[in-house]
Design a protein around this ligand. Structure first.
Ligand code: ADP
Ligand code: MG
Ligand code: ZN
Length: 294
């Protein structure tokens, strides 16, 4: 048995940082590369009692991205808390969107050597970025930089519609050029403003989709290609040896050219989502959406 005996299924979750001047829930600057913890305030540092206010530009940019990818724009949307603990997340929850994303049911048309194809967009939602942990060369341990905490993101979730690396490559280039053209993100991969979570599975023709693994935060075309190639081979090896692919989150290591297990897959339940009581619902009028479309 070889790779020819299997079909590959890939789905992508893209995070793009929006190029608004200020953060999603406060007035701090989103500028990249400043001295650590100089673009911070009580809101994005999560001081007790500090209250978020949604930046209207974030909604406008996300709607723009939704329209440019053939999505339906929701007139009734909201923000939810996604709860998890990590040192780069000072509130211990991320403000995101759960069951009512701003945009849904879109698609992007790509072109490969096999012709044209539509890749479905499941949803686009808005959320805040986390801070960044930097290794401390002198003292050991890690230092937290919160300049990125609260930088606005859109997450663009695709359907599991990709069947080859060529299709993934075409989609990433197309999506990047759309977001750049409508000027909602600079999509600088080296600065982390365009990054991909890559979901991969394999199955035999005629059988249902296989179990997927997810590789987080990939930020170069070359690593994405290498990681998918590696993961396809690894999964086929597991199956050929009579094993079972475990649903898990993986980390791609560029130096060794391998994936490593980070954690078991968490599902929505683990995040204890609930509507953020500090923020009001997002209600959009037809006119507002039409104006952005124009
Ligand atoms: P999560 O938040 O758990 O990652 P999402 O539903 O947000 O879940 O994203 C799932 C991603 O995985 C989507 O991009 C989807 O297209 C992709 N996906 C779902 N099932 C498969 C599969 N069997 N093989 C590959 N990718 C898949
Ligand atoms: Mg995911
Ligand atoms: Zn702030």
């Amino acid at each position: 048995m070889s790779i020819e005996d299997y079909e590959v299924v890939i789905g992508l979750e893209i995070h793009a940082e929006l190029s608004t001047k200020t953060k999603i829930f406060c007035n701090c600057s989103t500028e990249f590369g400043a001295e650590p913890n100089t673009h911070v305030c009580p809101v994005c540092m999560a001081m007790p009692g500090a209250l978020p206010v949604l930046n209207e530009k974030v909604v406008e940019y996300a709607v723009k991205a939704g329209l440019a990818t053939n999505c339906t724009i929701s007139k009734d949307s909201k923000n939810d808390r996604k709860n998890y603990f990590y040192p780069d997340l000072p509130k211990s929850y991320q403000i995101s969107q759960f069951d009512k994303p701003l945009c849904e049911h879109g698609y992007i048309e790509i072109e490969t050597s096999k012709g044209r194809k539509k890749i479905g967009i499941t949803r686009i939602h808005i959320e805040e970025d986390a801070g960044k942990l930097n290794h401390d060369e002198i003292g050991g341990g890690a230092l937290v930089d919160l300049n990125r905490a609260g930088v606005p993101l859109i997450e663009i979730v695709s359907e599991p519609d990709f069947r080859s690396i060529e299709e993934v490559d075409a989609y990433l280039k197309k999506l990047k050029s759309i977001l750049e053209y409508i000027e909602v993100s600079d999509c600088k991969m080296q600065e982390g403003s365009f990054r991909a979570d890559v979901n991969v599975s394999v199955h035999k023709p005629g059988e249902p989709f296989g179990t997927r693994t997810e590789m987080k935060n990939m930020n170069s075309f070359r690593s994405i290609t290498r990681a998918i190639e590696y993961e396809i081979d690894r999964q086929i090896d597991v199956l050929e040896d009579g094993g079972k692919v475990e649903q898990e989150t993986l980390r791609w290591d560029d130096v060794s050219g391998k994936t490593f297990s980070m954690r078991d897959k968490e599902d929505a339940q683990d995040y204890r989502y609930f509507p953020d009581p500090d923020l009001v619902a997002i209600k959009l009028s037809e006119e507002y959406i039409e104006n952005i479309k124009k």
